[in-house]
Write a protein that binds this ligand. Structure first.
Ligand SMILES: NC(=O)c1ccc[n+]([C@@H]2O[C@H](COP(=O)([O-])OP(=O)(O)OC[C@H]3O[C@@H](n4cnc5c(N)ncnc54)[C@H](OP(=O)(O)O)[C@@H]3O)[C@@H](O)[C@H]2O)c1
Length: 323
């Protein structure tokens, strides 16, 4: 298969490139060239913010294109300018309008599509992805749209899947400080499993819209698996929400945060999706502990600053508030 990945040099895209190369496909990644491509793939340098960025590839015929963009203009121009037998768009669960029900299906209400070509900031991420989905579903006649849940594992630069394993491996005291609600639902999908299935979709020209998460678990499951993976005997110590607020600790992700928890009932089921259709179409996911072990590997080799969680000093300061 001649596969073009629009992107293909970051977390998920690179895993798709690796998986496709591993199956013997001829893989081209189109990106500006911030990072190197996976071994065995070719890089075409282009900036998709330019109207005519894809013109040099106009004469090529691809068996499949995989696009990870979040910019509606990029999605529209790609569908307009490239020739491919099948299109795979990586979308997100953020396209849904609400998150107050568990494991919603693909038919659930969506946000309104962003009208412009460019999303201004991450507050427009969901509407922008809805617009990207529309560009593909209205602009091509053979497509898979995959709404991924939270992706974790090898190379997770966001630090969301890696923080707790890393923290249990490097505790600052007898316990690890964690959010107050350990029943918070989490449904991590392993980047390698998702990537492998995206290649399946490209090969088989799978048709339709699919949610794609791992099985629904809880934050408690993530913490227990993190302890197992690291062999740590540190206990998990829940911190009251009010103490976290007073200390300026945010939820879900980012610096000075405790990830994989949101203190808002309207967002309780954000991390879960009904992925039955994807499983029927071949998505297979590995045990949570394997994903966390791979994420820990990345954290232990991380060169850039940790993007999510508490630093040692922040955890120590928070612990002092509890005593
Ligand atoms: N991480 C999660 O938990 C999560 C959850 C749900 C869905 N998703 C979706 O999963 C996908 C993740 O993709 P990803 O991990 O590969 O990372 P990404 O950060 O979404 O992809 C960026 C890729 O696009 C390229 N790129 C960015 N701007 C470009 C431009 N102007 N012109 C050409 N190329 C450009 C980048 O390379 P250069 O910088 O070199 O150009 C890189 O290869 C996305 O679709 C995301 O929305 C992620």
């Amino acid at each position: 298969m001649r596969l073009l990945i629009l992107g293909g040099t970051a977390f998920l895209g690179r895993a798709v490139a690796r998986a496709a190369v591993g199956r013997g496909h001829d893989v081209t990644c189109l990106a500006r060239g911030t990072d190197a491509v996976a071994e065995g793939a070719h890089l075409v340098r282009a900036d998709r913010d330019h109207e005519d960025a894809l013109v040099p590839l106009r004469e090529d015929l691809w068996d499949a294109v995989v696009d990870v963009t979040r910019q509606p203009g990029q999605a529209r121009r790609a569908v307009r300018d490239l020739r491919a037998r099948h299109w795979v768009l990586v979308s997100t669960g953020n396209v849904y309008a609400r998150f107050d029900q568990p494991e919603q299906g693909e038919e659930a209400e969506l946000l309104d599509a962003l009208e412009g070509d460019v999303m201004a900031d991450m507050s427009q991420y969901g509407p922008a992805k809805v617009a990207c989905e529309r560009a593909v579903s209205e602009g091509h006649d053979s497509w898979t749209i995959v709404r991924a849940g939270l992706i974790g594992g090898a190379g997770d630069t966001s630090g969301r899947s890696g923080y707790y394993p890393w923290r249990f491996a490097h505790p600052t005291g007898p316990d690890v400080l964690v959010p107050p609600d350990l029943t918070f639902p989490v449904a991590l999908v392993d980047v390698e499993d998702l990537a492998s299935w995206l290649v399946d979709c490209a090969e088989r020209r799978t048709q339709g819209v699919f949610n794609a998460t791992g099985p629904t678990t809880t934050l408690q499951d993530v913490l227990e698996a993190s302890r197992t993976v690291t062999g740590s005997d540190a206990a998990a110590r829940p911190v009251p929400a009010e103490t976290l607020r007073e200390a300026g600790v945010s939820a879900w992700m980012g610096p000075s945060s405790l990830p994989l928890w949101i203190d808002d009932p309207g967002w309780r089921w954000f991390a879960t999706l009904d992925s039955t259709a994807a499983r029927r179409a071949g998505l297979r996911t590995r045990p949570l502990a394997a994903t966390l072990a791979a994420a820990l590997d990345h954290e232990n080799q991380r060169r850039e600053p940790r993007a999510t969680g508490l630093t040692d000093d922040e955890e120590l300061a928070l612990r002092r508030r509890l005593t």
